[in-house]
Design a protein. Structure first.
Length: 489
DNA sequence: AGCCTTTGACCAGCG
DNA sequence: TCGCTGGTCAAAGGC
């Protein structure tokens, strides 16, 4: 596979939003569990979060995680007999929490939760801890950001795996009391029933999990009529200290790397479908959208593969999407993007950038020219404050479930103004066709994370063409929080 | 003592 | 009506 003969990996460290070791361990666990790979090839890319040394003790992540978690750490591998490249995320260990904390769910620890302004990238450790502490206290209460009951559920589903190894209810910020367990037909493992322990709160949830204890499904009933309890009241492993619990306030910054002043204050109303959280920004994530012109609209009905939360389930979820293609207008620049939204909800937008700008960012434009409150950008996973989805998408033929793995470099955007125009990696298609790589179906609203019916379940990515990987420095990738490792078949 | 989980029994809906 | 199934209750025990 020319141009892609070698393995490549984009690895990163996870921004630690926790404030104590206990929380850290959990976050670390999930991050490591999901993304470890035996990168043996010369061409893998690796990036290290600047504080890596604070947490990483070296040694194989798999081993460490396995030792901690008590189960085998799955790896992202690309085994497939298909002639195309496949990314197979074997399911059990690829927890939703992992995914949520992956760049696919761009959280933005560098956004000030109070002002929405960007925080300096070069915070000292203490400052960062304080910052994350602050974030932690701003526990994510679906009701505070306009979540409807379904959204709340969706949110929680997204965190469903957080209890996987503890046996405790997933730490979604609320307190739950288990009141029943039953083996339901068609399920190999029992379903647990929980009630919210808050007085007069009638919220219940059903939790199903796999043999390893990974939550495979969480179904909520009703909605909380109270705020989330304070984190320190709770004895469990506190997810409230994770990035996931960030309340969504922030400022979106255009990806004009020169530090344009096109910041838009936004909050995060949440879409009413699939639990996808939307950031009401409407700004395009790119290089100043004036630099793009629409080249094509496309409407497709794609069946989205998603990631199994532990069980092998076939995704049959489909949706009609409308995708517009834009091309950078700069001379010689090949960057394209496409502004994707569900046909039934034009407010849900996923922007994907492909390519690397070869020119300086255009002069700052009047932000109002491309700020549309009615067209918020979607943050899949809903827990993130970032809105800059620099994503590289690889399409999967529509004849199959469309597995999309998003390599998201969103965190780079907060390195402005020092960030290069396209910090991160770029993946190009063959000679003519740009490839798209994304992870889809990872939104919090997913009741199930299912994958193609591969033996490993989980997520399989097919690359119909041969991408070319453009290496970037570790520094550039410094804030990429997860690792995606692709290995040639 | 209080809160939690466990677990068998009970109840309701449905075909 | 009966059987199946999912959901809930509540006693018992643990922490």
């Amino acid at each position: 596979m020319a141009g892609f003969n070698d393995n490549f990996a984009v690895m990163g460290e996870w921004v630690d939003c926790s404030t104590n070791h206990k929380k850290r361990s959990k976050a670390e666990l999930y991050s490591e569990v999901s993304l470890e790979e035996d990168v043996k090839n010369k061409d893998f890319l690796q990036t290290n979060f600047q504080e890596r040394s604070s947490y990483s003790q070296g040694g194989g992540l798999s081993e460490r995680v396995a030792a901690r978690a008590g189960f085998k750490v799955p790896s992202i591998n690309t085994e497939s007999s298909l002639p195309s490249l496949c990314l197979n995320i074997s399911s059990p260990g690829v927890s939703p929490a992992t995914l949520l904390e992956s760049p696919v769910f761009p959280s933005n620890p560098l956004l000030s939760p109070t002002t929405g302004k960007l925080s300096s990238l070069h915070l000292d450790h203490e400052a960062k801890n304080e910052f994350f502490d602050d974030i932690s206290r701003r526990s994510f209460d679906p009701t505070t950001i306009g979540l409807e009951p379904d959204d709340s559920q969706a949110y929680d589903r997204g965190l469903g795996d957080s209890m996987a190894s503890s046996g405790a209810p997933e730490d979604d910020g609320y307190n739950w009391r288990k009141y029943g367990q039953k083996l339901v037909k068609g399920s190999e493992y029992p379903r647990s029933y929980y009630k919210c322990t808050h007085p007069n709160c009638e919220v219940k949830k059903k939790v199903e999990r796999s043999g390893e204890g990974h939550v495979t499904e969480i179904i909520y009933a009703k909605t909380h009529n109270h705020p989330k309890p304070l984190p320190n009241r709770r004895s469990g492993i506190g997810s409230s200290g994770t990035c996931n619990d960030m309340q969504i306030y922030g400022t979106e910054q255009q990806d004009g790397f020169a530090g344009t002043d096109e910041n838009i204050e936004w909050t995060s109303p949440v879409s009413h479908h699939s639990g996808s959280m939307q950031v009401q920004s409407g700004t395009q994530f790119g290089y100043g959208d004036a630099a793009f012109f629409k080249v094509e609209d496309e409407e497709d009905r794609a069946s989205h593969m998603s990631v199994s939360m532990g069980d092998e389930r076939e995704a049959d979820e489909s949706e009609t999407k409308r995708r517009s293609y834009y091309k950078c207008t700069a001379s010689g620049c090949i960057v394209t993007k496409h502004v994707e939204r569900a046909s039934d909800d034009l407010s849900s937008v996923l922007t994907t950038y492909i390519g690397k700008h070869t020119h300086e960012v255009p002069a700052a434009r009047n932000s109002s020219s491309h700020v549309s409150s009615g067209s918020p950008g979607t943050i899949q996973g809903g827990l993130a404050t970032q809105t800059q989805n620099h994503q590289v998408h690889y399409p999967v033929p529509h004849s199959r479930s469309e597995g999309m793995v998003t390599a998201n470099s969103s965190l780079f955007d907060f390195q402005t103004p020092m960030r290069p125009p396209w910090a991160g990696f770029s993946v190009y298609g063959g000679e003519t066709e740009l490839l798209r790589l994304s992870i889809s179906g990872l939104a919090i609203g997913q009741e199930r994370f299912t994958g193609l019916p591969t033996p490993q379940a989980g997520l399989t990515l097919q690359l119909p063409a041969e991408p070319k990987v453009e290496p970037v420095s570790q520094q550039e990738l410094g804030f990429l929080r997860s690792s995606l490792i692709y290995r040639e078949i």
